[in-house]
Design a protein. Structure first.
Length: 222
């Protein structure tokens, strides 16, 4: 999706609405141009915001992600491809697998996906992440796995349990990195995260956490 220079400049002063649609999973979805980047929002949450997607920008900076030799990327919960936008300096990337249960999000992602990935083989699947992982166990491994799955402001339980996490480990390459994002904003988020951490550290004992504004980023390096 192309944008004029005038629109891009104007977006630094005003958020420009581009299109609105409805999803059975997330309800209201709106694409806008804001501060020079595509932004995908629900009523209560931001799914994607290009290079302004703060949680991953902070995590990548803390990890010095440019030092990793990343060839294959798996993104579970794709938004409009903010993670890809933030990896635009990573010239080693050869392929991206993008998973989202919401076919409406998939449609929008294909329309607004970052141009920088035009030379990267990108495959989209509209499917439940857990079910895809069960089928993929012997098919493909990845150097970077991103788990950024939300339905509005909630992380679905079926991607927050031991079964889901245990399916991620075998498909992570040696020297690969897993990043799992969770909201850490309201009191109930923090209570849920305390429970989740027991499960996460049980599956990935050597993992650690990067605080990222309103999120916690759970990191495992293989």
């Amino acid at each position: 999706m192309k944008v004029s220079r005038f629109q891009k400049i104007l977006s630094y002063f005003y958020e420009i609405p581009i299109e609105k649609t409805q999803s059975k999973y997330s309800g209201n979805l709106e694409v806008s141009l804001h501060r020079g980047e595509w932004k995908l929002s629900t009523t209560h949450a931001i799914y994607s915001f290009g290079k302004h997607y703060t949680s991953y920008r902070i995590a990548f900076e803390k990890l010095n992600i440019e030092d990793f030799d990343i060839k294959n990327v798996l993104i579970l919960g794709i938004g409009l491809g903010s993670v890809v936008r933030l990896l635009d300096h990573q010239k080693s990337i050869k392929s991206i697998v993008a998973i989202d249960i919401d076919p409406i999000v998939i449609q929008l992602a294909k329309k607004y996906w970052p141009d920088i990935s035009s030379k990267i083989k990108t495959t989209f699947y509209s499917v439940d992440a857990l079910q895809w992982l069960k089928k993929n166990q012997k098919a493909q491994k990845f150097d970077l796995i991103i788990s950024d799955i939300f339905i509005d402001i909630e992380t679905p339980e079926n991607v927050a349990n031991q079964e889901y996490l245990s399916l991620l480990s075998p498909i992570l390459n040696e020297n690969g990195i897993l990043i799992y994002s969770r909201l850490n904003y309201k009191d109930y988020n923090k209570e849920e995260n305390q429970k989740f951490e027991k499960t996460f550290f049980n599956v990935f004992p050597s993992s650690f956490i990067i605080p990222a504004q309103y999120n916690k980023m759970y990191i495992h390096r293989k």
